[in-house]
Design a binder for this molecule. Structure first.
Ligand code: GLN
Length: 226
């Protein structure tokens, strides 16, 4: 068995937080989703065996930095702060932070979040944005779904989270809606260790191929129905 994890052959280790449908979630004891399928396709293109490890979202970047993992594919938004600690591949998805509220909520736009109790997943961009809302009380959860449960129970007034998982969570829980006005637009990319240009170049080549062949769209369509 090959033991290399430097992206030059053998096995490649991906880390993710599998609480983020449809990008990564558990199904029959395996991690499935858009990111898992993309990673499998990328690993295949590189001729490497893929191993996926599940961990807390805010542990992903440290795992890359310490070399415990080769890359993180986790619906991870590219931002300036993270670029100081990791390198990102070309982006592979458009995303947005949206606001979930109860259907009878007086909150109708991002401006109405002032002074409200807002639930987020720890360490996400939703967490960062919520922190900037005037007088808001931010409650942090390990899983996005836990924030949604707290909203359902009336413990918080709103949840800021990525659009696609928001759609899944709202579908699974009655009495919730997503506000039309998104909080921000953003983009997802795969994170690798800073300076690992060899792996970055290979992954970018594989992502390009997946985009051009239509395979990437096929993966997205498998998990997101319009
Ligand atoms: N896109 C968000 C971020 O990068 C959330 C990702 C996630 O929870 N998996 O922070």
């Amino acid at each position: 068995e090959a033991e290399k994890t430097d992206g030059t052959g053998g096995k490649i280790v991906m880390v993710t937080n599998a609480e983020f449908p449809p990008y990564e979630y558990h199904e029959n004891n395996t991690i499935v989703g858009i990111d898992a399928d993309i990673a499998r396709a990328v690993a295949e293109q590189m001729g490497m065996e893929l191993e996926i490890q599940d961990m807390a979202f805010d542990s992903l970047i440290p795992a890359i930095q310490s070399g415990k993992a080769d890359f993180a594919a986790a619906g991870m938004t590219v931002n300036e702060d993270r670029l100081k600690n990791v390198d990102f591949t070309d982006t592979y998805a458009q995303a947005a932070q949206v606001i979930i509220v109860k259907t009878d909520s007086p909150i109708a736009s991002p401006d109405d979040l002032t002074g409200k109790k807002i639930g987020v997943q720890t360490g996400t961009t939703g967490d960062i944005y919520a922190d900037d809302i005037e007088n808001a009380e931010v409650q942090r959860f390990n899983k996005g779904m836990e924030a949604v449960m707290a909203l359902n129970q009336g413990k918080i007034d709103a949840v800021i989270i990525d659009r696609e998982p928001a759609k899944v969570f709202v579908k699974e829980n009655e009495g919730l809606k997503i506000l039309d006005e998104a909080f921000t637009e953003e983009e997802y990319a795969i994170a690798v260790k800073k300076g690992n240009t060899e792996l970055l170049d290979k992954m970018n080549a594989a992502i390009k191929e997946l985009k051009e062949s239509g395979e990437l769209q096929k993966i997205v369509d498998k998990y997101i129905t319009a």
